[in-house]
Ligand binder design. Sequence first.
Ligand code: C2E
Ligand code: MG
Ligand code: MG
Ligand code: MG
Length: 283
Amino acid sequence: TAKSEGRNRYHFYAEDMAARARERMRIEQGLRRAIAADALAVHYQPRVELAGGRIAGVEALVRWPHPERGMILPGSFIAIAEESGIIEALGRWVLRRACREMLRLQTPLRLAVNVSARQFLAVDFVDHVAATLAETGFLADMLELEITESTLQATERSLGVIEDLGRLGVAVSIDDFGTGYSSLAVLRDLPIRRIKVDRSFIVDLAQSEQQRAVVEAVVALSRALRMSITVEGIERDEQAAILKQLGCDEGQGFLFARPMPFDELSRRIADGQWRGLPGKMPS
Ligand code: C2E
Ligand code: MG
Ligand code: MG
Ligand code: MG
């Protein structure tokens, strides 16, 4: 009957909710333990110059090597870390680990680290960045912090943080650009080093006249505002070729390299990859 069906549905719904709450708790507890035990990991993805294929820097991306579940990607735990407040400890851990590891490279490379809104806007954030640089010896002007447009919604506050970071020598870039709501006024007034154009803007680049027009406009915008531009999620030769032709300086994506552990990055750099050898890149 309709009544028992309704009851069943309610029953399933409640069970589903309970299961999700339990899963959340497991992730929170597991994350807290993993941070305390130094058991998270950082993978690195190169950012490369579209003309020449030379490596321009790397982005640090957190990973959670889980004993039973394998390597867990941030998509499964960053939101939970943000909602529970764990993100502050997690973010500090990633910054320290990435600075330490990157100092072990033979040749210094620029490092980009993702920072959530809650972490970025916390009162002690800039002090903590300064302390981490002092502790690890990583150079401030080799560090870039990636925030999203949602962080910029707190305009006054984020302007203050960006300026304080700037005084330290640390640059700020806007990640996933185009997926949020940053006003042109905010972009114009904030000292942003770089915009990273979200992958969704280039998935159909070769087929779509419209995507091409939008990317062209963003390139023009970045020039007018004197910001660097990096396009994310480049997977195919033709995307790289078109982006280069549209005047885009740099890209990141599986075409050039997937995110990888530090030792692999270090080995591949030593082997001369992304050195900008001719013939390695689409022209
Ligand atoms: P993001 O900062 O935009 O990082 C780029 C994401 O795109 C990474 O996913 C990367 O593996 C993926 N990617 C790179 N190239 C390609 C490509 O060619 N095709 C496709 N399909 N994907 C590509 P990942 O590592 O799973 O990270 C997802 C998001 O999690 C990041 O997006 C970032 O927002 C967040 N995140 C990662 N690490 C941290 C961290 O330490 N702190 C904070 N707060 N957030 C982080
Ligand atoms: Mg990023
Ligand atoms: Mg992004
Ligand atoms: Mg993102």
